[in-house]
Design a protein around this ligand. Structure first.
Ligand code: ZN
Length: 374
């Protein structure tokens, strides 16, 4: 056999090998974590304080908050927007609206201009399908189109807004049509309405729990009390350090005073860094990056520490920074950090006489280096 023949014989094999490498790479970048959440993905602990200089760990939640919470609102409910904006100003809220796109332009559904304004204020606008899964609607084209068309319509009408998450429409008929397998093809997180706190190490990303409104000191719903997030071993299922996702529909004037008290309570805990108030999208990005993160300390000198931070998620959709805590020498009085040559946010804090840096880094964007700032 001549060399040429050998070469041609091996070419298809080479192409096949290349394809399998590419497929492997694609497989390594997971679109959503959908494995059974029945077993914990990691052991839940208190805040970690690495024991020696140069040691590091990924924080359970952004900025090393104890627990996380999100506020979501379904079904557009435009008549409430003025009240929510007032609350947002007062209590620094960032809210996720899950909208039914076919309602936009009708009174209750709001207008694209209005949604743009809310988005520009730091809120998020995500999918609650096109027709709320109503099969009798004139624009009904099947369940998958309810998902994909809603994404297309929101992104077309709102440049700069990426639609990554879904809230399943509720209702007897809709519940039968909701399809987590199909939804997981198009979204990185899908919200259900089971009224429990999401345990931090067992989040079901294809159907997260969510509690109707915030509950504080509500004897009728002890399982849904936001204070369970801070109570170790209070209940046997671990709400401690979990993610409290809440969902609202209409907030009638007669209950607004009560709801405001709950929002004020939450705001207080956010200010103490007990709570991270994240958009729904941000929390499912952070959690899945964290659940699959690999952190390695590459070098640790007195003045400079270099880390590698990678994860298994699709880098195009999972680009929210994780907070990494690094113990540094007490001689550090200020810190400068970069990742892949670009400056990233970092700050120092003291705990029990030791010094730690908290650095914000996106997995798979290159080495993270921390330097003592003179
Ligand atoms: Zn709904």
């Amino acid at each position: 056999m001549s060399n040429v023949a050998v070469r041609y014989l091996f070419l298809p094999a080479f192409v096949a090998l290349l394809q399998s490498i590419t497929a492997d790479a694609a497989e390594r970048q997971r679109p959503i974590l959908a494995e059974s959440p029945d077993r914990p993905r990691f052991e839940l602990r208190d805040r970690d304080w690495p024991g020696e200089v140069g040691a590091a760990s990924v924080c359970l939640w952004k900025d090393d908050a104890l627990a996380a919470c999100s506020i979501t609102i379904d079904d557009n409910t435009a008549p409430d927007h003025a009240w929510w904006q007032e609350m947002s100003k007062k209590y620094d809220l960032r809210i996720t609206w899950f909208i039914v796109t076919s309602s936009v332009g009708k009174g209750w559904g709001g207008t694209w201009d209005g949604w743009q304004r809310l988005h520009a204020q730091g809120h998020d606008v995500q999918s609650h399908t096109v027709n709320h899964l109503r099969t009798t609607s004139p624009t009904w084209k099947g369940v998958e189109a309810e998902y994909t068309e809603s994404i297309r319509q929101i992104e077309a009408a709102m440049p700069g807004n990426r639609v990554l998450v879904l809230a399943y429409p509720g209702g007897k008929d809709q519940d039968k049509l909701n399809d987590p397998k199909l939804a997981a093809k198009h979204f990185i997180g899908c919200r259900g309405v089971v009224g429990l706190i999401n345990p931090a190490n067992r989040i079901n990303y294809v159907r997260t729990n969510s509690i109707g409104q915030l509950h504080v000191d509500d004897p009728k719903a002890p399982w849904a009390d936001i204070q369970a997030l801070f109570q170790k071993n209070a209940r046997k299922d671990s709400a401690y350090r979990g993610w409290y996702c809440s969902h609202y529909h209409q907030v009638k004037p007669e209950v607004r005073e009560r709801e405001e008290r709950h929002l004020a309570f939450m705001h207080q805990r956010v200010q103490n860094n007990d709570l991270w108030l994240g958009l729904f999208r941000e929390v499912v990005q952070y959690s899945q990056e964290r659940d699959t993160a690999h952190l390695e300390v590459k070098s640790a000198a007195a003045d400079k520490i270099v880390l590698s931070l990678t994860d298994e998620m699709d880098d195009k959709r999972f680009d929210f920074p994780l907070t990494v805590k690094v113990r540094v020498s007490p001689s550090w009085k200020a810190v400068k950090a970069d990742q892949g040559g670009r400056a990233v946010e970092a700050k120092l804090l003291e705990h029990d006489g030791a010094t730690y840096a908290l650095v914000q880094a996106v997995p798979d964007r290159g080495d993270v280096s921390l330097e003592r700032k003179p």
